[in-house]
Write a protein that binds this ligand. Structure first.
Ligand SMILES: NC(=O)c1ccc[n+]([C@@H]2O[C@H](COP(=O)([O-])OP(=O)(O)OC[C@H]3O[C@@H](n4cnc5c(N)ncnc54)[C@H](OP(=O)(O)O)[C@@H]3O)[C@@H](O)[C@H]2O)c1
Length: 247
């Protein structure tokens, strides 16, 4: 018997990076996992194959979670297929880094809709199902930038700070239904998102991290798994996993 046998999960943006690591970690514990992606179908299919090799079920669902109808349909497809939704991980996220002087309205809206509107859409779609079950574990991937701010990331910081405030509010509304909702705030983590940062800037970032290295996607995934398996009395919190870059 594995800790998440019989549970079902959605991981938005589960095709790559941190989302992929989370999906595999939950599957390793026995959960059936729906991998959502927007464009990287092959990557998503590969993760689904890795999940099936762990002796559990996987679904692959294309949806732009920044679009209300697509995000809600993602939740519906999972519930229609597996009959329940126990764990919702809002991980999908993008950056469009520019100083405010150069930022366009489109840069602002694309980041806010993908990173923050999506969380509202999926959570509000999941709430009735989880209320009926009297069980739900929602984990939203924020960022330390949502707490500390960052040069050239006003749009991203606003979206990630918004996730933390949303999480604390929803936690108060959902607590009586045994639905917990928490945020995880990673620091700089080794994924494609970080590899877009030019090498000289990466060096500067590294120098600011007390632990002297970037985080690994698996280190974020383990905290998600903990909240999903042993976090019964944890709600409305933000867990910082950042090597000390923000304390
Ligand atoms: N890496 C870091 O240093 C770091 C630090 C703090 C927080 N985070 C946060 O952690 C999360 C994962 O980051 P990552 O570094 O793993 O990013 P990543 O490697 O760029 O992967 C992003 C994932 O999100 C998906 N995605 C993007 N837009 C989407 C949309 N509109 N609808 C559905 N899926 C969408 C992508 O799918 P497609 O490829 O199909 O578009 C991909 O699976 C993000 O929320 C990010 O902000 C990352």
């Amino acid at each position: 018997m594995r800790k998440l046998d019989g549970r079902t999960a959605i991981v938005t943006g589960g095709s790559r990076g941190i989302g992929r690591a989370i999906a595999l970690e939950l599957a390793e514990l026995g959960a059936k996992v729906a991998i959502n992606y927007r464009g990287s179908k092959e990557d998503a299919e590969r993760v689904a194959d890795e999940i099936r090799a762990l002796d559990t079920e996987a679904l692959v669902i294309q949806a732009d979670v920044g679009e209300a109808e697509q995000a809600r349909s993602l939740v519906k497809q999972v519930v229609d297929t597996w009959g329940r939704l126990d764990i919702l991980v809002n991980n999908a996220g993008i950056t469009r880094d520019k100083t405010l002087k150069k930022l366009t309205d489109d840069d602002w809206h694309q980041v806010l809709r993908t990173n923050l509107d999506s969380v509202y859409y999926t959570v509000s779609a999941a709430q009735p199902v989880m209320t009926e079950q009297q069980y739900g574990r929602i984990i939203n991937i924020s960022s330390f930038v949502g707490q500390a701010g960052n040069f050239g990331q006003a749009n991203y910081a606003a979206s990630k700070g918004g996730i933390i405030a949303f999480t604390k509010s929803a936690a108060q509304e959902f607590a009586k239904q045994n639905i917990t909702i928490n945020a995880i705030a990673p620091g700089f983590t080794e994924t494609e998102m970080l590899s877009q940062v030019p090498e000289p800037i990466r060096e500067k970032i590294l120098a600011k991290i007390p632990m002297g290295r970037f985080g690994k996607p698996e280190e974020i995934a383990r905290a998600v798994a903990f909240l999903a398996t042993d976090g019964d009395y944890i709600t409305g919190q933000q867990i910082n996993i950042n090597g000390g870059v923000y304390m």
